[in-house]
Ligand binder design. Structure first.
Ligand SMILES: Nc1ncnc2c1ncn2[C@@H]1O[C@H](COP(=O)(O)OP(=O)(O)OP(=O)(O)O)[C@@H](O)[C@H]1O
Length: 247
């Protein structure tokens, strides 16, 4: 049996009588790229916070990297990486300082940080920018660096919350090359996005509507099942009945 990176069974989160996440169930394989889609307000962030060990579920079961979301939140935090468009790097630290800081937070040894940060800066083509404040870098570079930092400690699972918001399609494509590389090295990727071209790059996709998972399959199978030419069309067919919207 393939190793499961994430297991979720009837996972729910209630705020009062409102079910932000309503009995979602799915499993993600090790090294899989799993797209977590849903319209604004569908419950993605709430679900992701529970899986990252940042909030307790109201009911149901889940484990991430083999750790239980109720009893082993600290272990989960140590074995995952997290990146979002909103929270990522310190703008007033330079490239190397950011790598050192986050590497240190995640427990990578000083020697290893020194060694690997040099090769990372090289791989990213940022040698001449290594001492530049991150705030001065173009957005696309910031995001590539943020992703590299999120997986610097070689986590088992990396959670990406709309990681490519606001960047052009070419940069997004480069970003996805990095995602593929990470997945090939065994890191499981859990990613939310509003870009349907990115959804096509995922191995499997789940689509959340009003707190529930309404569909879950590979992009190819979903298109076939919904007689749709694109993921855009699949998403529209599923999400058009949603009652919730952005706050
Ligand atoms: N702390 C809270 N108290 C009450 N309601 C909440 C709370 N957090 C989220 N919600 C509600 O739960 C629902 C799901 O929100 P969530 O942020 O998880 O959606 P989302 O799919 O991530 O949306 P977006 O794409 O806009 O980030 C929304 O209706 C939101 O208002």
């Amino acid at each position: 049996m393939a190793e499961k990176a994430i297991i979720c069974k009837d996972l729910s989160k209630q705020f009062g009588s409102f079910y932000a996440v309503n009995k979602i169930s799915f499993e993600v394989e090790k090294g899989e790229i799993f797209g977590f889609l849903g319209a604004n307000g569908a419950g993605k962030t709430t679900a992701m916070r529970m899986l990252c060990g940042l909030s307790y579920p109201s009911s149901g079961e889940a484990s991430v990297a083999g750790f239980d979301v109720y009893k082993q939140q600290e272990s989960i935090k140590k074995h995952i990486g997290y990146m979002s468009q909103k929270f990522s790097l310190y703008e007033n630290l330079n490239v190397l300082e950011n790598i050192e800081f986050f590497g240190g937070v995640y427990g990578v040894s000083r020697g290893e940080i020194r060694e690997r940060s040099r090769s990372l800066v090289q791989t990213l083509g940022l040698e001449s920018q290594a001492k530049k404040m991150v705030g001065e870098l173009p957005l696309g570079w910031k995001q590539k660096l943020a992703f590299s930092v999120a997986i610097f400690h070689r986590p088992r699972v990396v959670f990406l919350d709309e990681p490519t918001g606001g960047v052009d399609p070419v940069t997004r494509r480069q970003f996805w090359d990095m995602i593929y590389e990470a997945a090939a090295s065994g890191i499981t990727v859990f990613v939310t996005t509003h870009y349907m071209d990115e959804a096509e790059y995922c191995n499997r996709i789940s689509v959340m509507v009003d707190g529930k998972i309404e569909a879950l399959d590979s992009p190819g199978n979903l298109k076939q099942h919904f007689s749709a030419a694109s993921m855009d069309e699949v998403f529209y067919k599923l999400a058009r009945g949603a009652r919730r919207s952005a706050d």
